[in-house]
Design a protein around this ligand. Structure first.
Ligand code: F0G
Length: 460
């Protein structure tokens, strides 16, 4: 008999959910311009919009908040955060920010000169925005398998060393601002890089004096996949694998709203004190004084505790990814096209495969996310042509290979029964897929358009 695993926690406080009627949801999605970002959370039943800031904190984190030192300068809570980041990730220089994009902003401003190239393993929306905003040009150097939703490559987050070498050769090492290496690549479907690849990229860059900056937002989940899939790591603790990932980099930006188990916060971590000085000079202008940056003392307390808690035992990440895999495998069993292997933070529905009657310009993933919401009140997010935005040089829509709806699982929030309800809704929508109509823009913001764009159904 196979034995079940269960969450390594029990529930101490609950937040009631309400179910709405289909009629109500039809009216709300129209009001929201078919954009799930514009729905009110009261109208949502199970919220899988994002795993960002949606974590349930532990009793220890809530009690740590009472210890928050709100001193403007030199707060004790800051030094606890410095210690936690040094102990768990091994970086000495800590620059606290209000969330991940605050750290990306500072990093981009200190390292990118106009015309520089930033190679990276697929883009993330805010990361690329800040790289371009600083005058850089992002070049995707992820392996080809990452763009194929059906490839079963175990490390679809890997950087293709030949692509990296080729862009370095083309522009010269001195025009490479840094290599932007995302762990557990979000837009590829929560897909990890192997330790072998992380080490090889760092070794290659060191020979050319190119910095490697991790986006370590989901490095914990990446460490879990290394433990499960890479030879020689099965008996290693998650804590030691995470540390080894960080050891192969010159610094990292982290959105602490994910792995780190808090609702707000982030940081830039560096090894080089001179670079850290430059970042702190900007920090005081854009975020706050260097010992709180963008966070209150209580937020830094909760974050320091969250960073230690996430690696305290391996059980946390095993059950976190296990829940995502449970949902993904249920959908696969019923023939729903999803990105494989199932990722670390969510299940990514392949909208292009599911809605072959729509062209990519008819925004299939946006339409599918809206249809799932109408069916059950489950809220997911478009990750396709709308999220990819326009090419800043030509102004044309980018056409990414992946046209996905992301069902992102918050940490420690929902139970297996919630996952069953989600799966049943997606399966049902999939059975009536041909009734889903395409969408067109009625309002398109200039940058990061997916957050606030509005759409209407294309007239028949
Ligand atoms: N990097 C990655 C890989 C992310 O997934 C995010 C945020 C950020 C950076 C930016 O961090 O939101 O704290 O400013 N991802 C959220 C998501 C928004 O839903 O995937 P932030």
């Amino acid at each position: 008999m196979t034995r079940s695993w269960a969450e390594p926690w029990k529930i101490k406080m609950v937040e009631p959910l309400t179910m709405t009627t289909r009629e109500h949801r039809e009216s709300e999605i129209g009001e929201a311009g078919y954009n799930t970002f514009l729905l009110r959370s009261d109208d949502v039943y199970i919220d899988l919009l994002t795993d960002s800031g949606t974590t349930a904190m532990s009793d220890r984190q809530w009690s740590a908040m009472m210890l928050g030192d709100e001193s403007y300068a030199g707060a004790n809570s800051f030094y606890k955060l410095v210690d936690a980041v040094r102990d768990v990730y091994g970086y000495d220089e800590l620059i606290p920010t209000h969330q991940g994009r605050g750290a990306e902003h500072l990093l981009s401003q200190i390292l990118i000169s106009p015309g520089d190239v930033v190679p990276g393993n697929m883009y993330f929306t805010t990361t690329r925005f800040h790289q371009e905003y600083a005058g850089g040009r992002f070049v995707d150097v992820i392996i080809d398998e990452a763009h194929d939703p059906r490839s079963m490559h175990p490390f679809k987050g890997n950087i293709d060393l030949a692509k990296l070498a080729s862009i370095v050769h083309e522009v010269g090492a001195d025009r490479i601002a840094y290599v932007s290496f995302e762990t557990n690549v979000n837009l590829a479907g929560g897909q990890p890089a192997s330790m072998e690849n992380i080490k090889a990229v760092y070794a290659f860059c060191r020979t050319l004096d190119i910095l490697v900056m991790l986006d370590a937002t989901r490095a914990l989940e990446n460490a879990y996949f290394i433990q499960q899939r890479e030879g020689g790591y099965a008996d290693r603790s998650i804590a030691s694998i995470l540390r080894e990932i960080a050891n192969n980099s010159d610094g990292a930006t982290v959105s602490s709203k994910k792995d780190n188990l808090v609702n707000i916060g982030g940081f830039l971590a560096l090894r080089d004190p001179d670079l850290a000085r430059k970042a702190r000079a900007l920090l005081v202008a854009f975020e706050g004084l260097h010992t709180y940056g963008g966070m209150s003392g209580r937020d830094m307390e909760a974050l320091a505790e969250g960073i230690r808690e996430m690696v305290h035992t391996d059980d946390h990440v095993r059950s976190r990814v296990g829940q995502v895999e449970y949902l993904g495998n249920t959908l696969l069993k019923y023939g729903v096209p999803v990105v494989t292997p199932i990722g670390g933070h969510g299940v990514f529905l392949d909208a292009a495969a599911m809605l072959p009657h729509l062209t990519q310009d008819e925004l299939p993933a946006q339409a599918l996310a809206a249809a799932i919401y109408v069916d059950s009140g489950v809220r997911g997010m478009e990750r396709g042509i709308v999220s990819a935005g326009r090419d800043p040089e030509t102004g044309d829509n980018r056409h990414p290979n992946l046209e996905l709806v992301r069902l992102t699982i918050p940490r420690r929030v929902y139970t297996q029964s919630h996952m069953d309800v989600v799966a049943e809704s997606v399966i049902e929508v999939c059975e009536h897929r041909e009734t889903i109509r395409g969408l067109q823009f009625v309002y398109e913001p200039d940058s990061l358009r997916f957050f606030q764009a509005r759409f209407e159904q294309i007239p028949v």
